[in-house]
Design a protein around this ligand. Structure first.
Ligand SMILES: Cc1cc2nc3c(=O)[nH]c(=O)nc-3n(C[C@H](O)[C@H](O)[C@H](O)COP(=O)(O)OP(=O)(O)OC[C@H]3O[C@@H](n4cnc5c(N)ncnc54)[C@H](O)[C@@H]3O)c2cc1C
Length: 257
């Protein structure tokens, strides 16, 4: 149980967002591979929301200024109200630095749940496309698909050996395509485009989720439209933008290239 209260700015933000604010405790923090940390938080507020939702973490940047960073909930244990996050840590930024350095017992100011892209429950199949920053959301969403159903993952990774997997219901058809970045620029969509080209989309009604780098997800959206998906079958959310730090409130810069 955590006794102190979150910052006033978090309480105010939560009120505006119709969400909760809580001072959570870090239960565990560990690297999962060369580019991802898993952080488990416990708190007494309902922060986890539905699959696809995220929480905002208040961290300090290199100048000591507080900024917020958004991380999808990878898993939620309703018994203990513990929330698991998968955080990419192979770059330098306040969020990444916090994830690399935090330790069990630390307190962290959290606002949540947030997010407007839940699973499209009526879809016959679901294709999840993006980079490692999307994996937590992708796996939590796919684990909530009612069986029989189908989940396809097309995910670009910096290191092929960093391909994290997850357990799924036996009745779920799962296809995973992990694309090695091969040192291509982080805003180069060609890796994911070739991953998508290698896959024949099932004929019935599906839904695509594009989470990851701003420019890459934009190009992938157009590619899906070219492949015959309708606009309403595609949910895109830019999580970060190559070469630009996310804004204080956690969103990537959406200005022109
Ligand atoms: C709704 C939402 C949900 C998100 N969920 C997750 C999640 O579950 N896991 C997760 O890891 N991230 C997630 N993100 C992205 C995460 O919030 C951003 O990557 C965030 O900018 C990282 O913050 P930072 O302070 O480490 O780096 P920033 O200060 O934002 O950026 C510093 C530098 O690092 C680069 N950079 C930022 N992120 C990455 C990256 N992933 N890979 C390579 N370079 C990067 C930037 O281009 C910049 O040059 C989510 C973002 C949103 C909006």
């Amino acid at each position: 149980m955590v006794n102190s209260t979150p910052d006033n700015s978090s309480l105010e933000l939560a009120r505006r967002l119709h969400a909760s604010a809580a001072l959570c405790r870090v239960v565990s923090a560990q690297p999962l591979n060369t580019s991802m940390h898993e952080i488990v938080l416990s708190g007494d507020a309902p922060l986890a929301g539905v699959p696809g939702n995220d929480v905002m973490i208040r961290v300090k940047d290199a100048t000591g200024r507080f900024v917020r960073r958004r991380y999808s909930v990878r898993a939620h244990d309703p018994e203990t109200n513990r929330v698991t996050l998968w955080i990419v840590t192979a770059h330098d930024g306040p969020g990444s630095a916090w994830a690399r350095s935090c330790q069990a017992g630390d307190e962290v100011d959290v606002v949540g749940p947030r997010g407007k892209i839940p699973l499209a429950a009526d879809a016959d199949w679901h294709v999840f496309i993006g980079d490692a920053s999307g994996l937590g959301a992708f796996y939590r969403m796919a684990q909530s698909i009612e069986v029989p159903g189908r989940a396809i993952f097309i995910v670009e990774l910096d290191n092929a050996e960093d391909a994290l997997t997850a357990p799924f219901d036996e009745g779920l058809g799962v296809t995973g395509i992990f694309v090695d970045r091969n040192d291509r620029a982080r805003n180069d969509p060609s890796g994911l485009l070739s991953g998508l080209a290698a896959f024949a989309l099932p004929p019935d009604d599906g839904h695509a989720y594009l989470f990851g780098e701003f420019s890459v997800s934009k190009v992938l959206r157009d590619a899906l439209l070219d492949r015959g998906l309708r606009d309403e079958q595609i949910s895109r959310k830019a999580f970060w933008r190559a070469g630009r730090t996310n804004a204080e409130h956690g969103e990537p810069d959406k200005g022109d290239d």
